[in-house]
Design a protein around this ligand. Sequence first.
Ligand code: PLP
Length: 715
Amino acid sequence: MNHATTSDKLFALARNYWWCWQPEVASIFRELDPVRWRELDHNPVLMLKEMTAERVDQRCREAVLHSRINYHYRRWQEYMNSSSNTWGATHAGVVGAKPVAYFSAEFGVHESLPNYSRGLGVLAGDHLKSASDLGIPLVACGLFYNEGYFSQQIDEHGWQRELYAPVENSKLPIEPALGPDGKQVMVKVDTRAGSIHAQVWQVNVGRVRLFLLDTNVEANSPDDRRLTARLYGGDVRIRIRQELVLGIGGFRALTALGIQPNVVHMNEGHSAFAPLEMVRMRMHDEGLSFDEAVRETASMCCFTTHTPVPAGHDRFDYGMIDEHLGPQADQLGIGTVGMMGLGRVNPQDPNEPFTMTVLAFKLSRKANAVSSLHGVVSRRMWSSLWPWRGEQEVPIGHITNGVHLGSWLAPQLQDIYDRVLPQDWREHSGEPDTWTNFESLSSGEMWETHQSLKNRLIVFCRARMIRRGNRIGMSQAEINEFNDALNPEALTIGFARRFAPYKRADLLLKDIEQLGRILADSKRPVQLIFAGKSHPADENGKGILQRIYKLTQDSAFKGKIFVIEDYDMNLARHLIQGVDVWLNNPRRPLEASGTSGQKVALNGGLNCSILDGWWAEAYDGLNGFAIGNGRVHVNQDVQDDRDAKSLMKVIQDEVIPLYFDRDQDDLPMKWIARMKHSVRTLGWRFNSDRMVMDYVLQGYVGAAGGLSCDMDRIQ
Ligand SMILES: *Cc1c(COP(=O)(O)O)cnc(C)c1O
């Protein structure tokens, strides 16, 4: 684009999500039209499409954007063309010209692409961004959900309503993925009852291309056209069909695009059918036997397991497998019975269902859990796959999750990091030495920056409460109250996550009288902000949300407890950047890792968490707070009671006193020391650059180089 106009350049920037981790580029879009920018979920493609060319030009002149656009366009071009001097060029050379193919059922890249429902997807998005920044040759493969996951409305009774709004493809930052013939790639997967067709879209995430398969095409039956409409929206049959499209369809899509991966990384078991297609291709193209092809394929595959409970793993019966994998099984020469064996711990047991996770383990050379503790849990859970090994020798390691710094760190703090950390901190953020100097930052500056972020959060929450108030028909008087809801001087505790029962959103409410006393202390004001979606089918989770909502209407808690609807990446960003304390109280050991608390830590908030997931390895006594001591009890009720008491105790005896211990300038010096200590000790470790570097060194390099397998063959 040598003679590109300013608006060409704007469109080009809008079509690559690189912008979403460049605060200066985001602010160019915002300045074009601040109101529409917010209303359109920060979707620059849609916003620009709405504006006429003259209007874009006019705004660029009024806001003096031309030179900024030119500058960032050039930066972007340099970024796209400079992968030769990256960490990846030095350390992932063996991955070489053939990329890593990263498969996931969801991708949370940005709120404008609602292709995610939870941490698993946001993690996948962060993985792509770090792979891009580090210059790792990587492409990604997922499904395109044109109704996405639902947006959440909380009605006047505090009950969750789910809204599915189909998005028009032309309004999203996606484009058709073109094959060598210049046409949009289409793939086909056979079942016993006919074929499923899918078209392929491309999303640009920096240097990484993300391909999304979409079954909404004419060749499909009406049911199959809706197959990929919703994320986790269907029954078992929809689930297996989605997974068939993701795994087998996804690998075929890569082939049709001319991409031959050197490594395949399965993020959770949903994509475990992909290696079956690799096996088929090797048998067909290279004339290998089934066993040889399995060995060759497994040596290229890495698998990350995320689920610490047996019930969380997809399981299918013989009929489902025969209908959907029968044709593939025939081509592999193993028949449906042989196929069932690949998904069973004990292949000979006719009563055992087919488990995606088992298949993924059997077809990978390398498997990992997502935190140290989750590694222990996973080795125990799957030890029956390796009966000849002791539990410690089960070949499942761990690579602890991390978060993408550029996406989650507040721009105000990025400026501070620029000053306090070494000049090249962005390129070396996954290394401890980079962070050594952080604690030299002045306490006053740390505090004031934090307070300004907290104020942004408050303004954001007010706007969401007012929007909801208008929707459900609250009185003007009630709505006006939201204008000064939330107190910037109060200790602000945030809790936002899925309302899944094990996350125990209501743990703090167990001793409601005591909570009432704490919140009633006007000298030491404390406020709580809750947010989170419940799975559409989870009445129990919705009940918990409603119970908390009811408290916001109760005179004893009104103005102290807030529920903000529609937890998404945008609300998450505001919350994790603005809270003082991030509360996390899952039932140990059910939180495989958790990542929201890592985002908080980067921004100087303090975690107050059960010693589960990432926190079990992160907490050092000074970088946050621990609830309890990590003991679990066989009786769930006993464990819940004990944790509720520990939680109340730590809030009352540690968190509140420390926060309100002020010096003559009203600064909580000991608190600020913890904030800085938290950033220094956690920022490098729990960031996705470090995570992706670990995946490269521990997984991808070996898989690409065909080094000997970590896993012994499982029968
Ligand atoms: C980071 C993030 C998560 C992950 O949260 P955890 O509860 O820590 O697993 C979930 N949803 C959104 C929108 C996020 O941004």
